[in-house]
Design a protein around this ligand. Structure first.
Ligand code: PEP
Length: 293
């Protein structure tokens, strides 16, 4: 699954202070000349005019990240409307927002038969790909090693990876949630040279497209375990820098409570990303991580 990034200067660069504006399928930053992309997170919420704001609950140091997974949905008409809604929505500026349109809507040129290459994605300006999504694992049959290999290759070409992990319902019920997630993480770790341009998406399969969202406590429990895994198996620095986002039936009504969890650094959104105003609400749930001092 390919993603159009809203970030202009590389997968990891911050889009702080960019007015959200989508042109075609890309969000543009009119002033790309920000010098704060490496600011520590506590500085991101400061402003000379507003009262000092601080991070309320954030274990990691990465900027809030929200991805819209449009999957195989949309027509020219509905996508035109969605883009227009996204362009007119008011969104917080300190969020990395990316959307993943179906291949044929990525650019004006005709349809592709079958797969698409990283080189082609790069060629039209994509900065992110979603890999390891449960539909690729469980419908198409991609295994951990194959997904890891794809991640390694995408990164080698300078394309950022939204690396999905997550357990099936029967695996959760059998008490195997952590084991499954750790195996999936290990396959990425074995294949990637660096975690710089990776965002981990924890998406319990039983929550994807079902309307059954994980409770904030259930999601936090796995997110903190993922961060610990990174700390123990990669490094403390990677554990703190890597965004761990949650996906699975996130909507405008449940995002705020989820966003308050310390180890939830954003969302990967399917169904609700097809509704511009609701997606904007999810992007803006970053505000529930902040509090006026
Ligand atoms: C997804 O497909 O990545 C997803 C999270 O879908 P939904 O939000 O519809 O559950």
């Amino acid at each position: 699954m390919s993603m159009i990034s809203t970030s202009l200067s590389g997968p990891k660069s911050a889009t702080s202070y960019c007015a959200p504006e989508f042109s075609g399928l890309r969000r543009l930053c009119p002033n790309n000349n920000t010098n704060n992309s490496h600011s520590p997170s506590f500085l991101r919420f400061t402003s000379p005019r507003k009262p000092l704001r601080r991070v309320l609950a954030m274990a990691g140091t990465g900027q809030f990240f929200v991805g819209g997974n449009w999957k195989c949905n949309g027509t020219k008409e509905s996508i035109t409307k969605l883009i227009s809604d996204l362009n007119s929505a008011k969104m917080e500026s300190d969020v990395d927002v990316v959307v993943a349109p179906p291949f044929i809507y990525i650019d004006q040129g005709g349809a592709f038969t079958g797969e698409i290459s990283v080189e082609q994605l790069k060629d039209i300006g994509c900065k992110w790909v979603i890999l390891g999504h449960s539909e690729r694992r469980h419908v198409i049959g991609e295994d951990n090693q194959f997904i890891g290999k794809k991640a390694g290759y995408a990164l080698s070409q300078g394309v950022g990876v939204i690396a999905c992990i997550g357990e099936l319902l029967e695996e959760r019920e059998a008490g195997k949630t952590f084991d499954v997630c750790y195996q999936q993480l290990k396959a990425y770790a074995d294949a990637v040279p660096s975690w710089d341009n990776i965002v981990i998406a924890y998406e319990p399969v039983w929550a994807i497209g079902t309307g059954v969202v994980a409770t904030p406590a259930q999601a936090q429990e796995v997110h903190v375990a993922v961060r610990d895994w990174l700390k123990n198996n990669v490094s403390a620095e990677v554990a703190s820098k890597t965004r761990i986002i949650y996906g699975g039936s996130v909507n405008g009504g449940n995002c705020a409570e989820l966003a308050k969890q310390k180890d939830i650094d954003g969302f990967l959104v399917g169904g609700a990303s097809l509704k511009g105003p609701e997606f904007a609400t999810i992007v803006n749930s970053v505000t529930s991580k902040k509090v006026a001092a």
